[in-house]
Structures are given as C-alpha cells and as structure tokens.
Design a protein around this ligand. Structure first.
Ligand SMILES: Nc1ncnc2c1ncn2[C@@H]1O[C@H](COP(=O)(O)OP(=O)(O)OP(=O)(O)O)[C@@H](O)[C@H]1O
Ligand SMILES: CC(=O)N[C@H]1[C@@H]2OC[C@@H](O2)[C@@H](O)[C@@H]1O[C@H](C)C(=O)O
Length: 375
C-alpha cells in the first residue's frame, strides 16, 4: 500500500477554537498535493464545556458524563467538517482524526485525546486513523510534538538549518539540521494564556492582532520569574499540557489588562528564544494562529538571530498545516512507518503508532490490504 491516498486530516487544537480540516494527497513520506481546507469554529458553549474539562481531566474517566457529552459534540463538528470538505474532493480514501487533547502528562505515561473515531467512521463511511500519541507515551516518549515528520517532508529540499515554529495554544518547534537531524519540542506557552487573559478582561476569545498587548508594558521582573521555571532549562525533547503554565495567569493578576497581555506575549516569545539547537537556524517559519498576532511576530523577530517569516511565504496555509499533518501521519500509521523517534518525542527507538478503525464500512476499500488492519 504505497500509492498516495487522498486523506482528510482533522485537528482540534489546544486553543479550543474549532476543528481545522484539510485534504492532503500523500504516501506518508512525500506530499503529492495539498488540497482544500476549512475551519469550523466551536460555539461559545462548546468551548466553555471543553475548556472546563481541562482543569479536571486528570481526575476524570473516559465514561464521565461531561466527557462523553463534549466528545459527542466535538465528534459531530468533525463529521460536519468531513462532509463539507468531501464536496470539494473525490474520492476521499481515509480520515486522520487527532481529536481534542484534554490531558497530557507523559511523565505519568498518560495522554488523552477525546473524539469518537468509530462514530466518525460510521457517519462518514470512511476508515479512520486516530489515537496518534498513546503508543509513543506508552514507550516512554513525550507523545508530542508529532508535526516534525510533516515539517521535514515539506522542507525536504530546503536550505538548512531551518526552524518551523507553530504558535497554537501551546507553541512547538521543529529544527531541521544540515545533516538531516530533526530536533523538536514544545517551547512553552503559545496563545493559550493570552487567550484566557483576553477573555477574562475583554470577553473576547483572543487578543485580536495583539491590540491589548500593544498598549501595555512588559513587567520584566514578573517575566524573569516565569522564565525561571525548570522547563526552560530542560533540553529537547519535551512537551506540555495546555494548562502547564496556567499559574502565570495568577502571577500577572496584579497587572493592568494591557500590561498583563504584554507580559504574557513576551513570555511566549522569550520561551521560544530560550530553545537550544545545535546550530542557529538561518530562518524561522511560523505557523499556527499566533502568526496573525503582530506583537508576537515583532517580538520574535527582535529575539531571534534570523529572519522570522510566516510559513505562508512558502505557499503553506499556516491555519491548515496541523490538519494536513494528521492526514499525512494517518498514512504513516497505515504503512507502519515511525511516528516516534528519539530526537522528536524522546521515545527509545523509531516506533510506529496510531490506531485504525473501519467501523463504518461494510466492505473494505480495495486499497486496504488486510495486513494494514489492527482493529
Ligand atoms: N488575528 C489574531 N490576533 C491574535 N491572535 C490570533 C489571531 N488569529 C488567531 N489568533 C490566535 O490563534 C489561536 C488559534 O491558533 P491555532 O488554531 O493555531 O491553535 P490550535 O491549533 O488550537 O493550538 P495547538 O497548535 O496548540 O494545538 C487563537 O486562539 C488566537 O489566540
Ligand atoms: C498533547 C498535544 O495535543 N500536544 C499538541 C499541542 O499543540 C501544540 C503542541 O502542544 C504540540 O506538541 C501538539 O500538537 C502538534 C500538532 C504536534 O503534535 O506536533
């Protein structure tokens, strides 16, 4: 099964803003084509209910009614996203379904993405690859980030060293070295703290275009305290939960709304700048929603010793990249190519991962050999 497949990748990120969906044609090693994409936002109530799970997820079980309710609603939005994209793509062979991370604690060998893959398969009548992170965490890896495989495929022939920075709720970076080495980690907070702060003070879900942060002053003493967290001294690989630095919101609670926003934006930037690589990247490409925030982009340009460009300058769609990534990874799962690697997730070896369901199909598509099926 080495021929390229048409896959719909689905990502519901830590920002909890909605589901991103994108079509990709790939064999899991190279990308033949990037197709249409869309984002379906979650309504305010679904966001609120999903957000509420994050604070308690460590103590919840998968059959808790509040988990099942959010899972059901999220899955319905994912079905809608697939049906909408399907109108623009024929045929669709496969879905890569990340789900919504509600808890990530690799040190406890736990990572939890909710989303009902069997129901998605039933409703769409398509095979679904899901649960991309559990096998890595079970093997002792960080379970994240996984996007480096996709970044490396996209930049196969590009000059190196190069860094690709995703600023979502959490921020993660991929370093691609001259000799083919890949180093990756979560750098620190992305937009999540800024989003929570903006919502608290303005009632709007994010600090649109950094307008609030732009009016404020960075509290340097507070910023230094935040950066004293041992996470920033740990070498890669390392990863974070969305809530990992949530106490930063208490730390800035005495600031004015604008100064708090400026300090949290500076925290995201400084955390990126602290990441150590074996060589200086000659350019940084930025993806994810944070690239729309000029305060972050200007801060990064000041803090880093290389040009900081939007990934869109390469012809990418920085809002669809993670969704494309999980389409790409879905094919890797079917082909049993590695999702884990020592330099990327800290797993002990190059290991496959992910799970597959074709619960919604009465007959298997011809391209699936029975050897690819594990459930
Ligand atoms: N115009 C804008 N100004 C400021 N921030 C913006 C703007 N547009 C998007 N964002 C930020 O981008 C976030 C969404 O980013 P993205 O969709 O990349 O996150 P995600 O995929 O949910 O997170 P992750 O990559 O951690 O899983 C929003 O929550 C918001 O903070
Ligand atoms: C556990 C989890 O869902 N992690 C996400 C999150 O969002 C950004 C950052 O933290 C990254 O490590 C990861 O997502 C991307 C897509 C990844 O795995 O590469």
């Amino acid at each position: 099964m080495n021929r390229p497949l048409n896959v719909i990748g689905l990502m519901s990120g830590t920002s909890l803003d909605g589901v991103d969906a994108a079509v990709i044609r790939t064999d899991g090693v190279t990308v033949s084509e990037r197709g249409p994409s869309l984002s379906l936002p979650y309504d305010a109530d679904l966001r609120r209910c999903a957000r509420a799970l994050l604070d308690h997820a460590a103590h919840l079980t998968s059959d808790a009614p509040e988990v099942l309710e959010v899972e059901r609603r999220l899955t319905e939005r994912h079905v809608e996203a697939v049906e909408a994209l399907r109108l623009q793509t024929d045929p669709v062979d496969l879905i890569g379904f990340h789900g919504q991370t509600i808890h990530h604690a690799p040190a406890l060998r736990r990572t939890w993405q909710i989303g009902d893959a069997a129901r998605l398969s039933h409703e769409t009548r398509l095979p679904v690859v899901h649960d991309f992170r559990s096998a890595d965490v079970a093997a002792g890896g960080e379970g994240a980030p996984l996007a480096p495989w996709y970044h490396a495929a996209l930049l196969q022939d590009a000059p190196r060293p190069v860094a690709i920075l995703n600023i979502g709720g959490v921020a993660n970076v991929t370093f691609l070295g001259r000799d083919g080495e890949i180093i990756a980690c979560d750098t620190g907070p992305g937009n999540a703290l800024m989003d929570d702060w903006a919502f608290r003070h303005t009632g709007v879900a994010c600090d649109t275009n950094g307008a609030l942060a732009r009016k404020g002053q960075v509290d340097q003493a507070l910023l230094d305290t935040l950066l004293a967290d041992p996470y920033f001294r740990r070498p890669a690989p390392k990863s974070l939960d969305r809530q990992s630095f949530i106490t930063a919101l208490d730390a800035v609670s005495g600031c004015s709304p604008a100064d708090g926003a400026a300090t949290l934006a500076a925290f995201t930037v400084a955390a990126v700048a602290r990441t150590q690589f074996p060589a200086e990247p000659h350019v940084w490409y930025v993806c994810g929603g944070g690239r729309h925030n000029p305060v972050l982009m200007e801060g990064l340009q000041k803090a880093l010793n290389a040009p900081v460009l939007s990934g869109d300058s390469l012809g990418w769609n920085g809002d669809a990249l993670e969704a494309e990534c999980f389409g790409f990874l879905a094919v890797r799962v079917l082909r049993q190519l590695p999702l884990s690697a020592p330099g990327i997730t800290g797993a002990p070896d190059f290991l496959p991962g992910g799970r597959f369901t074709c619960a919604g199909l009465t007959t298997l598509p011809r391209w699936i050999s029975l050897a690819d099926e594990d459930s």
